[in-house]
Every structure is written in C-alpha cells, then in structure tokens.
Design a protein around this ligand. Structure first.
Ligand code: SF4
Length: 284
C-alpha cells in the first residue's frame, strides 16, 4: 500500500483500509485518492478546501467524486452501521473543540446567558422571487402569501436595518453570515451594500441563490460575489422537465440549462476592487 495513503488509515478509522486498497487498485493518482478519502471523512467539506487539504488540484476533486461513485468498498463503507457514527463523532469532536476555544462563550452558556450561533442566516430579499416553486411561500403573489396564510408580516427590514443587524451580529460573536431567501436575494438591488458591510465587519459570507439572475448581476454585485466565501446554487432537480415543473417557469426559458451555464461557464477574478465574469456561451 502506498505509505502516503496508508497513513490515512489511522487506528481510529480502520474501516478505511479496504477503501484505500480499492482506490489504489483503480490506479488513480495519489492526490485524487487523498481527495476521495478526505471527502469520505468529511462529506460537507467544500471542493476548494478539499483540494487544498489533499494537496490536490480543483480538477482532482470531481475525479475523486467519480472514483468514489464506482467503488464497491466505498459503497460497503457508507452503507455500514459504522459510517454515520464516524461522521457524528467527527462533528462532536469539532463542536467540543470550537466551544473549548472560546471559554467565555461557554461560561455564558453555562450561566444561562444568551449566546448567538457562530453562523447566522438572514433573508435580505425583497420578499419576492422570479421563480414560482410549487412548495414555496414566496412563489406567487396571490395565493401563497403571508397575508393569505394569516402570517401578516409588518414589512421587510429596510437596508439600513440589515446593515445595523449585521454589525450587531458581528459584535456579538457571529463569524459566518449566510444570505438566503425568503425570495431571491439577487433581486434586491441593495445586496452589494449588504454583502460589503458583512465583509467590512469581518464576517465570512455565503450566498444562496437560484443562479438564474447571475448573468445580469451588475458589476458592483459581482465585486461582492467575487469576495463571498461560498456561493451555493439551489437546483431543485437535475432534470429539465422536472425543474421546470417545480419552479413553474416556462420550459422555453431553459432555466436549468441557463443556471448550469452560469455555474459552469462563470469564472470570477478578483483583483483589487475589480471583478469580472466570463461566460462560455450566450444563450439568453
Ligand atoms: S427559488 Fe426559492 S425562493 Fe424562489 S420560489 Fe423557488 S423555493 Fe421559493
């Protein structure tokens, strides 16, 4: 066994041994095998971090995913009764380590005082969306609304209120801000200001979007998206017909294809304060 990979079969995870043997016999490069094992160990790790921790390139990551999909030992491991417990154990270790690193926070918790989560999700949309998903409160403006459901909202927060909230969250120890909806966040013209404030106060930011509107994002928004730590595209189905059915968009819009192009054809280059995006094709 390659000693570089054998080192990953630590005594506290002996189940990885047959997986390592299987990956090696597939003849994959060591970096790809390391990325595959890293993904098995922590399936939530983003691709960029996975590549970095495995000493692999970003191109190695999809190769690692493919390797895992076809491997019998991996299928046996993930279906075993041990695997979910390994992941829970890892989460518990990480959680204890995080709390231990901040004794003052732990003391507040033990004293019954309020503490904020380190990650907070906000919904700074305008309460609307250009999709019409069957299951979503934000999808149509007549039936599935707050008012018709008896959930009368007193209005959405103003941009200034969001900016103040972001400062408060940071002051109280929040480290990561997830920006999602409640509607599609990219439709809020003040989103760049909100992202900028989060960045300026030192928050890590994550943006959740359908990706449909990325192409029309103004340059100022691109500058902020380029500095966002993670962008997640919500794709309700990988099948065009099902995607159109769920989202309520006309099939002739080819929304799924468009989102795929935005995801795959978009490269962001952040240089100083400038950002640009390149599109591989022009179908919209
Ligand atoms: S894309 Fe999201 S916010 Fe928009 S309608 Fe669908 S589920 Fe709702």
């Amino acid at each position: 066994m390659n000693p570089d990979l054998a080192a990953l079969c630590t005594p506290d995870c002996p189940e990885l041994a047959p997986v390592v043997a299987g990956l090696q016999s597939a003849g994959a490069p060591v970096a790809v095998c390391r990325a595959a094992l890293g993904h098995l160990t922590d399936p939530t790790m983003p691709a960029v971090e996975l590549a970095s921790s495995a000493g692999a390139t970003l191109e190695d990551v999809p190769a690692a995913y493919s390797l895992l999909r076809g491997d019998r030992a991996v299928a046996a491991l993930t279906a075993s009764m041990f695997y979910p417990h390994r992941l829970k154990h890892r989460l518990a270790v990480r959680t204890v380590a995080e709390w231990s690193a901040e004794p003052a926070r732990l003391a507040r918790l033990l004293a019954g005082e309020p503490v904020l989560a380190q990650t907070v999700e906000i919904h700074p949309s305008k309460g609307t969306c250009n999709y019409r998903c069957a299951m979503c409160l934000w999808s149509d403006k007549t039936t599935l609304t707050y008012a018709t459901r008896g959930l009368k909202a007193r209005g959405l927060l103003s941009t200034q209120q969001w900016l103040d909230t972001i400062e408060d969250l940071r002051t109280h120890g929040v480290q990561t801000l997830v920006i999602s909806g409640g509607g599609e966040a990219l439709l809020n013209p003040d989103l760049p200001a909100i992202l900028r404030r989060a960045r300026n106060v030192g928050l890590r930011t994550q943006l959740y979007t359908t990706g449909y509107n990325l192409r029309r994002a103004a340059p100022g928004l691109w500058e902020e998206i380029a500095r966002t730590h993670r962008v997640r595209l919500s794709i309700h189905s990988p099948i065009q017909a099902t995607y159109a059915q769920i989202t309520g968009l006309p099939t002739e819009l080819h929304a799924l294809r468009r989102v795929g192009e935005h995801a795959g054809g978009c490269s962001i280059y952040a240089t100083g304060s400038a950002a640009r995006c390149d599109w591989e094709s022009d179908s919209s």
